[in-house]
Write a protein that binds this ligand. Structure first.
Ligand SMILES: NC(=O)c1ccc[n+]([C@@H]2O[C@H](COP(=O)([O-])OP(=O)(O)OC[C@H]3O[C@@H](n4cnc5c(N)ncnc54)[C@H](O)[C@@H]3O)[C@@H](O)[C@H]2O)c1
Length: 289
């Protein structure tokens, strides 16, 4: 099934947005969408080369900052760049993440800590630095953090990644409550499988996805713009009463697998276990009446 991704139009003229993880994937698409919607954007990533490619089409509206979100200095540097270059901060999208997958029995403390440093500490540090700038600016703001459908599944190899994403959902609820008095809304976007990997895929990944994709409810991965549209909505004037929400952009993959077309009647399953004949029982009950 093909995606039918529509370009949705928003107007962020006069607003300043920070996007982390901007060197590729969803982050790159976010930078482009915010810039095309009139925002001035600080695009941040630790990959300076990829970042330069993202920013190249927007020499005036987008300011690249090579920094590591997992350090206090890196997070502060990104937020300070927005204030110094564009004079204010309205929107902060904490999209940067790492997702190494390892079997639990082989997982190392070093990799575990790295995942938490970027995905959790980075989200905390960016949220804190952005919120301080927004409070000083006295005009509220929007913070949009990233989780994953993996946070609700027991996907093999995802112990560090999935739990780090669940932590972001929990953190964002606390941040929403604490920052609401300042007019700052904090929400989390939880994507399902999104097609962001450079092609060609490594054979092992192509094989795994080839088996997984037909079982997704829509039998296709999402596209970056399908996530971007939801982030822009949450950052926009259309979403003034959405706060502390976790918004799934996953084509129903957190609800279940692709419907095969056959429904198993729960009564029949029950009869198979008990050996009773439901139709007989049904007759008996209706005769009782
Ligand atoms: N792609 C998917 O299928 C999928 C599924 C669920 C959730 N997500 C979430 O969506 C978001 C975007 O996914 P994606 O596939 O575009 O990611 P990606 O891996 O393609 O890009 C992540 C970016 O973050 C940057 N980054 C990593 N560590 C950083 C650090 N310490 N400081 C600064 N930048 C850093 C990387 O350099 C990279 O450019 C992530 O938060 C991810 O967890 C993605």
């Amino acid at each position: 099934m093909m995606a039918n991704t529509k370009q949705v139009t928003f107007d962020f003229s006069g607003q300043v947005a920070v996007v982390t993880g901007a060197a590729r994937g969803v982050g790159r698409a976010l930078v482009s969408a915010f810039a095309r919607s009139g925002a001035q954007v600080v695009a941040a990533d630790r990959d300076a080369e990829g970042l330069a490619e993202t920013c190249e089409p927007f020499p005036h509206a987008v300011h690249p900052v090579a920094a590591d979100v997992s350090t206090p200095q890196g997070a502060q540097h990104i937020v300070s760049a927005a204030l110094e270059r564009f004079g204010r901060l309205d929107i902060c999208v904490n999209n940067a993440a790492v997702a190494p997958h390892t079997a639990l029995l082989e997982e190392t403390a070093e990799v575990w800590d790295r995942v938490y440093a970027v995905n959790c500490r980075g989200t905390f540090l960016m949220t804190q630095a952005a919120a301080r700038a927004m409070i000083a600016g006295k005009h509220g703001g929007r913070i949009i953090n990233f989780s994953s459908g993996a946070s609700r599944r027991g996907g093999p190899g995802a112990a560090a990644y999935a739990s780090s994403r669940a932590a972001v959902e929990s953190f964002s609820r606390v941040a929403a409550i604490e920052l609401a008095p300042h007019g700052i809304l904090v929400n989390t976007v939880s994507p399902g499988l999104i097609d962001t990997q450079p092609k060609p895929l490594p054979p092992v990944m192509a094989q795994a996805l080839g088996a997984r994709i037909p079982n997704l409810p829509l039998a296709r991965p999402g596209e970056s713009d399908e996530v971007v549209n939801v982030v822009l909505f949450l950052a926009s004037d259309a979403a003034t009463y959405i706060d502390a929400a976790v918004v799934a952009v996953d084509g129903a993959s957190s609800a279940g697998s692709r419907f095969s077309g056959s429904v198993v009647d729960d009564d029949i399953r029950y009869d198979w276990v008990t050996g009773r004949d439901a139709r007989e029982e049904g007759r008996r009950f209706s005769n009782d009446g």
